[in-house]
Design a protein around this ligand. Structure first.
Ligand code: UFG
Length: 356
């Protein structure tokens, strides 16, 4: 069976997006559709809503039957479901988002995390290979850099062992996909290491919709701003940073989504290999910077209280973005204020997320 190629027009290219209804997935699907790609979403809605895809269609002015966007509902762990995707559609490449992603929960449920993230990816890659599709963009994370203490993180830095099972699954899957290429140089693997994606589509129609109390800073701040939660706990103010609070490289989810399109275009010109790119802005913002920027966006104070450090957190994390700029021709455009404005628009238009 011939290897599926990316060297053709987007209109003739079909992208399988696993986890395409999720936060980063849904924004990436919008960017792909707007550039003319055909998209097949494979999602089991375990941590996402089918409504996200209705909203994606609304943003892209597609009706429910438009063949540019198709849905297969099911898990990547279910071989029959994955087979169905490759049998019904002529898939050229995969963008693989599907996976469990809560750091704290992964410590409580290591078996579930390793099983879903690792075994699911093995099923996916196995079925894809059987259908001659050896192109994959994998959703990795800055977490694989570990606690080196050195910033900015560069793609050539040695990886440290992540401190939790979630991070381990990302590091292991990077290794597994790299080994696949080593065994068979028809594979084309791009590992995208995300920093901290926040913000929402400027339409306010899609955004982050965490279940229960949010673990991550931005959705927590947004829920305090809308009045669902009382105050933000700031985890530590004694780090060696400008104001003592933790510093992260927040990136607008639309910029991040566009990074995936840039990766597909790059793969068309580099038909095999394994390559790593950081997707961040290269700028670090503290927890207090984020809170103050969100206050500007929502127009009122966001109450917060300094709490002890959270176990496993590092002081500073931000990307070197030179490689993505030089090779992919991609740079993040939006600043922190814009991220907070878009996040607030989503939150205020959808106070309960996708729930009515
Ligand atoms: N923070 C608070 N209060 C909160 C939540 C977070 O002060 O309620 C602080 C954290 O201590 C940290 C910063 O805000 O300094 C960002 O924390 P997040 O939980 O939003 O994000 P992390 O940087 O801890 O983790 C994120 C992703 C992980 C990924 C990691 C990679 O959630 O999936 O980046 O760097 F592994």
């Amino acid at each position: 069976m011939s290897n599926a190629s990316l060297a053709k027009a987007p209109q003739e290219t079909t992208v399988l997006v696993t986890g395409g209804a999720g936060f980063i997935g849904s924004h990436t699907v919008v960017e792909l559709l707007e550039r003319g790609y055909n998209v097949v979403v494979l999602d089991d809605f375990s941590n996402s809503s089918p409504k996200a895809l209705d909203r994606v269609r609304e943003i892209c002015s597609l009706d429910a039957t438009d063949p540019q966007l198709s849905l297969i509902e099911g898990s990547i762990l279910d071989r029959d479901t994955v087979e169905e995707a490759f049998t019904r559609f002529n898939i050229d490449t995969i963008i693989h988002f599907a996976g469990f992603k809560a750091v704290g929960e992964s410590v409580e449920k290591p078996l579930e995390y390793y099983w879903n993230n690792i075994a699911g990816t093995l099923v996916l890659a196995n079925v894809a290979r059987a259908h001659g599709c050896k192109n994959i963009v994998f959703s990795s994370s800055a977490t694989v850099y570990g606690e080196t203490g050195k910033v900015p993180f560069e793609e050539t830095d040695k990886r440290e062992s992540p401190t939790n099972p979630y991070g381990q699954t990302k590091a292991m899957l990077e290794q597994i996909l790299t080994d696949l290429y080593v065994s068979d140089d028809e594979w084309n693997v791009v590992l995208l290491r995300y920093f901290n994606p926040i913000g929402a589509h400027p339409s306010g129609l899609i955004g982050e919709d965490p279940q229960g109390i949010p673990n991550n800073l931005l959705p927590y701040v947004a829920q305090v701003a809308i009045g669902t939660l009382d105050e933000v706990g700031v985890f530590g103010d004694d780090y060696p940073t400008q104001d003592g609070t933790g510093v992260r490289d927040y990136i607008h989810v639309v910029d991040l989504a566009r990074g995936h399109v840039a990766a597909l275009e790059w793969m068309a010109a580099h038909p095999s290999g394994v390559e790593i790119f950081n997707l961040g802005t290269g700028r670090g913002s503290s927890v207090l910077d984020v809170i103050h920027s969100f206050e500007k966006a929502c127009g009122h104070a966001v109450p917060y209280k300094i709490k002890p450090r959270r176990a496993g957190d590092i002081a500073e994390c931000f990307a070197s973005c030179d490689k993505a700029r030089d090779e992919l021709g991609w740079v993040a455009e939006y600043d922190l204020d814009r991220m907070c404005e878009d996040s607030w628009r989503w939150q205020s238009m959808n106070p309960h997320g996708y729930d009515d």
